[in-house]
Design a protein around this ligand. Structure first.
Ligand SMILES: *Cc1c(COP(=O)(O)O)cnc(C)c1O
Length: 499
C-alpha cells in the first residue's frame, strides 16, 4: 500500500518514503492510499497476544514494505521492559462500572508520546535504508512539552540520525523543561523559542518547506525529517493501543463484540485520529470523544463545522493541549470529504490566509456521527482530579482529568451508557504541581520545589515516582539556548555546524 498527500501533490510513495519525509513535498500530510481492513477473525486472533504480539500483527497492514521480521524486531525493542515500567505496556484500569482508563504513560518519559516515539526511531533508519538514503537524517521537532522529550529519548545516539527540539520558552511545565534541557546524547540539540507552541510549530514547518535551505543542507550531507505527529510513523503505532484496549476489555469480559467509546484528551489531533483509523480498519468504535481545554477550537468545530483559530490563546494547566492549529485534522478532512485534495487545499488555504474555514453541513454531519466534543477549564480540571481521587481512588494528571470531565459532560448530554475507555496521556507525576494543588490546595504547594512535590504526591497517593523523574534535579543542564522565532533556522545551522 502506498501513501498519498492530503493536498494531492506529488506521487504516491511507499510507507518507508512517507516515514522518511515526515511531511509531503506540497505541504500536505501522508495518508494511506487505500482503506485498511482488519478482519474480525484477525482481531480475535490478537486477543491472547501480549502488547508486542498485537503490535506485530497490526503494523504490517500499514507498513507494507517492512518485513514481518523487521517489524517484530522494532516492536520488541520499543516496548521492552527496559523502557516500559508496566508488563502490559498500556494497561487498562477500571475507573467505575463500564468506564476504564487506558494508561499510555508507562514509557521512559511518562507521557503517551513514548508509545510512538519509542518505535519511530527504529522504523526511520530502516526507512532510510529501504529508500537508498545516504544523507544523515535530521529530525526537527516542535513540542508543546511531551513530544520533545519523548523524541529526544527515542532518537538519542541512534546511528545515522540527529535530533533538534524547539519548545516554547514559557509554555511547558518545569518538569518538562528539565527533562529536555538535561537531555544526554551525542546527536541531540534543544532550544527554547520565544513564543507559544504554534509559533514553534510554524517555524519548523517553514524550515521544512524552505527549498533553498533544504538544498543547502543536502549539499552538506543532511536531510530533514519530522518526528511530530504529522509523520505517519507516529500515527501508525498509535492505532495499536486502541485495538489493544478493546481486546483487554474483551478479555476482562467488559465487552463481548459490541462497540466502545474512546475519550481522547486532544491537542494536535494525532492521538484521536489514530482512533479514527482504528475504527476504519474494523475496530467496533461508537464515538470518539474529543476533549479539549480552554483552547476549545475543536469543540467549536465539531459543534458548528467552523474552524476558527482567531481567538485568544490560553496557557492552561494541561499545556500539551494548548494548541490552536490541530495539524492532523487535515487528515480527517481528507478522509471524510471523499478524499478530495482540492477541497482540503481550499480549506487549508483559508486557514492560512484568514485563520478560519467552514466545512459545510454535509461534512459536519459525518463528523458529528463519529465525534463528540467538549472542553474543561482549569478550575474544572482541578476539581475533577480531586473528585476522581477522593471518590474512585484514581490519581489523574491534568490532561487525563480534562478527558474525565468531558466524558461526564458527554454522559450527561447523551445518556449514552456504552462501555468507554478514557485515554490517560500523562503520568500525574509529570504535572506534579497542578496535581498536588488539586489534591491539597494552593497554599500547600506554594514555595515547594518540583522534587518536594513529587515526594508529596507519592505520599498522598501511595504510588511510586516514575524512575525517569526521580533524579532530574541531580542532572546537569546541557542545553541553555533561547532563540527568537526568526532565528530558528540559524539555530539549526548552528547545531549542524553549517556556517
Ligand atoms: C501530546 C499530548 C496530548 C495531545 O495529543 P495530540 O495527539 O496532540 O492530540 C494530550 N496529552 C498529553 C499529555 C500529551 O503529551
Amino acid at each position: 500500500m502506498n501513501y498519498v498527500s492530503t493536498r494531492g501533490g506529488g506521487q504516491a510513495v511507499s510507507a518507508a518514503e512517507a516515514i522518511k519525509a515526515g511531511i509531503a513535498p506540497d505541504g500536505g500530510l501522508y495518508v494511506p492510499g487505500a482503506a485498511v481492513k482488519i478482519e474480525p477473525a484477525a482481531i480475535e486472533a490478537m486477543k491472547n497476544e501480549d502488547y508486542c504480539g498485537r503490535a506485530a500483527a497490526i503494523l504490517p497492514y500499514y507498513l507494507t514494505g517492512y518485513t514481518g521480521g523487521e517489524i517484530a524486531d522494532c516492536v520488541r525493542g520499543a516496548y521492552s521492559p527496559l523502557s516500559f515500567d508496566h508488563p502490559e505496556v498500556a494497561p487498562v484500569v477500571r475507573l467505575e462500572e463500564g468506564v476504564c482508563v487506558l494508561e499510555l504513560w508507562h514509557g521512559p518519559t511518562s507521557a503517551f508520546k513514548d508509545m510512538a516515539l519509542q518505535i519511530l526511531p527504529r522504523l526511520l533508519p530502516l526507512a532510510a535504508e529501504k529508500t537508498g538514503e545516504r544523507a544523515e537524517i535530521v529530525i526537527l521537532v516542535a513540542t508543546s512539552g511531551d513530544t520533545g522529550k519523548a523524541a529526544l529519548e527515542g532518537f538519542k545516539d541512534v546511528p545515522g540520525t540527529r535530533i533538534m527540539v524547539f519548545f516554547p520558552d514559557e509554555g511547558v511545565s518545569e518538569v518538562q523543561r528539565l527533562q529536555m534541557v538535561t537531555q544526554e546524547g551525542g546527536n541531540v540539540g534543544v532550544a527554547a523559542v520565544k513564543g507559544n507552541f504554534d509559533d514553534a510549530q510554524n517555524g519548523v514547518k517553514v524550515i521544512f518547506t524552505d527549498e533553498s535551505f533544504n538544498k543547502e543542507i543536502k549539499e552538506k550531507g543532511f536531510k530533514f525529517s519530522s518526528a511530530n505527529s504529522i509523520n505517519w510513523g507516529r500515527l501508525a503505532p498509535q492505532i495499536i493501543y486502541y485495538f489493544s484496549a478493546y481486546l483487554d476489555l474483551q478479555r476482562q469480559g467488559l465487552v463481548s463484540g459490541g462497540p466502545v467509546n474512546f475519550v481522547v484528551p486532544t491537542g494536535n489531533f494525532g492521538n484521536i485520529l489514530a482512533g479514527f483509523y482504528a475504527r476504519r480498519a474494523g475496530l467496533p468504535v461508537k464515538r470518539l470523544i474529543c476533549a479539549s481545554n480552554e483552547n476549545n477550537v475543536l469543540t467549536d468545530f465539531v459543534k458548528t463545522g467552523v474552524y476558527d483559530r482567531n481567538r485568544r490563546f490560553y496557557r492552561t494547566l494541561s499545556p500539551s493541549m494548548d494548541i490552536l492549529i490541530s495539524s492532523n485534522l487535515e487528515r480527517l478532512l481528507f478522509e471524510l470529504s471523499g478524499r478530495d485534495p482540492a477541497v482540503v487545499r481550499g480549506w487549508m488555504g483559508e486557514l492560512k490566509e484568514k485563520g478560519s474555514y467552514s466545512v459545510g453541513s454535509g461534512l459536519l454531519e459525518k463528523i458529528q456521527s463519529l465525534f463528540w466534543s467538549g472542553y474543561a477549564g482549569d478550575r474544572e480540571t482541578l476539581d475533577t482530579i480531586k473528585k476522581t481521587f477522593d471518590e474512585k481512588g484514581y490519581l489523574a494528571d491534568t490532561h487525563t482529568a480534562v478527558g474525565i470531565n468531558v466524558y461526564n459532560k458527554y454522559r450527561e448530554a447523551t445518556g449514552d451508557g456504552t462501555p468507554t475507555v478514557i485515554l490517560s496521556t500523562a503520568s500525574p507525576y509529570k504535572f506534579n504541581r497542578s496535581v498536588a494543588r488539586a489534591l491539597l490546595g494552593k497554599e500547600a504547594v506554594a514555595g515547594k520545589n518540583e522534587f518536594e512535590l513529587l515526594e508529596i504526591l507519592s505520599r498522598e497517593s501511595g504510588t511510586g515516582i516514575p524512575r525517569n523523574l526521580k533524579n532530574l534535579d541531580k542532572k546537569p543542564v546541557l542545553h541553555g539556548t533561547v532563540v527568537e522565532r526568526e532565528a530558528m533556522a540559524a539555530a539549526v545551522k548552528d547545531f549542524l555546524g553549517i556556517i
